[in-house]
Design a protein around this ligand. Structure first.
Ligand code: PLP
Length: 385
């Protein structure tokens, strides 16, 4: 069976260029970057090259990059590193669980937390962020792009508000990495999380950008790795792969390769909306180029995910990290959509490896699958054609 992968927001495949960069660090070169001898020096040099590649993608200083085990660790490091009981955090109800659950844990420990919801567009209103400020507000954490809808948040306005109020600003840019230009000064963020596996680097690799003079309590204690900010022997091969992936991401953005992805996504979306009645897009306004979150009325989203998987098309019924759980998407709930809509929604997410032929096949298979599910749906009255 021909398989088509339309779940790039869950994870992306490693590309050959990244594997080629990593290969020596998995085979012949194996030094510990803290060792003083030749092997250690080689590993150190490889990590520092990756740090320069990552800094170039974010337009920051090399010393401001900390390598982590992924987006989850970066988000946790930002929140737990800055907040103490009595502080106030402003975040949103549509954040990834890596931020949401960390914020809930902090709330249990005596941090005040405000979870802002969004209008149906899926984009936060910066005025609400401003209105939520309190004298004890220490941090604002708002994602750059949402993992389910792809909707881009007004991070530059929020960065401005944070700066004016003298409050730290963290942005989870995991779903923006490789899809949108990242410039920490233009955004005005003090911390930014990225994940390697969302941009064709290996799983278990990530970055936390920490602006100079931002003091964080570390999550891990041990050696003095990463300028005392993240103890633990570095994952040299993973970091090298992440550096190369960051370089490729910057090149793809500069070359306009993402326009091709956007055109494919738009063709897919228009095709689905025009062929299948009772279908609409979740959210409105600027989006990352690869994501399409669609509502199919009177269709169980999870059933559609399974039906498509049986035809060889991989998509997601919500955030990948929640698949298997029957709770409706907290993102769509945070946008004010009813549970029924959240349960009837499916996310399609493309990558730079998605082809025209993939989209042609998906455009043939999705309408068929929706029609079949509606035909057996007890609530489908046949009014949708
Ligand atoms: N933040 C967002 C917006 C995500 O989409 C994800 C993963 O889906 C994460 C954080 C967690 O990243 P990781 O899988 O690298 O831990």
């Amino acid at each position: 069976m021909q398989r088509i992968y339309l779940d790039a927001n869950a994870t992306t495949p490693l590309v050959p260029e990244v594997l080629d960069a990593m290969r020596p660090w998995l085979l012949e070169s194996f030094g510990n970057a803290s060792s003083v001898h030749h092997y250690g020096q080689q590993a150190r040099a490889a990590i520092e090259k990756a740090r320069a590649q990552a800094a170039a993608l974010l337009h920051c200083r090399e010393a401001e990059i900390v390598f982590t085990s992924g987006g989850t660790e970066s988000d946790n490091m930002a929140l737990f590193g800055l907040l103490a009981p009595g502080d106030h955090l402003i975040t949103s109800a549509i954040e990834h669980h890596a931020v949401l659950h960390a914020a809930e844990r902090l709330r249990d420990r005596g941090v005040d937390v405000t979870f802002l919801t969004t209008p149906a567009s899926g984009a936060l209103d910066p005025a609400e962020v401003r209105a939520a400020l309190r004298p004890n507000t220490k941090l604002i954490s708002v994602m750059m792009a949402n993992n389910e809808t792809g909707i881009i948040q007004p991070v530059e306005e929020i960065g401005h508000i944070a700066h004016e109020a003298d409050v730290w600003f963290h942005t989870d840019a995991v779903q923006a990495g490789g899809k949108l230009p990242l410039d920490v000064d233009a955004i005005g963020c003090d911390l930014m999380s990225l994940s390697g596996h969302k941009m064709h680097a290996p799983q278990g690799t990530g970055i936390l950008y920490i602006r100079r003079n931002t003091r964080l309590e570390p999550l891990f204690f041990g050696g003095s790795h990463e300028r005392q900010r993240r103890a633990g022997t570095e994952n040299v091969a993973g970091i090298v792969g992440l550096g190369r992936a960051a370089e490729l991401a910057a090149q793809a953005l500069a070359s306009g390769a993402l326009n091709r992805v956007a055109a494919l996504r738009d063709r897919f979306e228009q095709g689905i909306l025009s062929q299948i009645p009772g279908t609409s897009v979740n959210g409105a306004g600027p989006r990352v180029p690869n994501t399409s979150s669609l509502y199919f009325s009177e269709v169980e989203g999870e059933a559609l995910v399974i039906a498509l998987d049986m035809k060889g098309v991989a998509v997601s019924g919500g955030s990948a990290c929640q698949s298997g759980a029957s709770e409706p998407s907290h993102v769509l709930a945070g946008m004010g959509y009813p549970d029924s809509r959240a349960r009837s929604s499916v996310r399609f997410s493309l990558s730079k490896l998605t082809t025209e032929a993939d989209i042609d096949t998906a455009l043939a298979l999705v309408p068929e699958a929706v029609e079949r599910l509606r035909a057996i749906s007890p609530v489908h009255a046949g009014t949708l054609g």
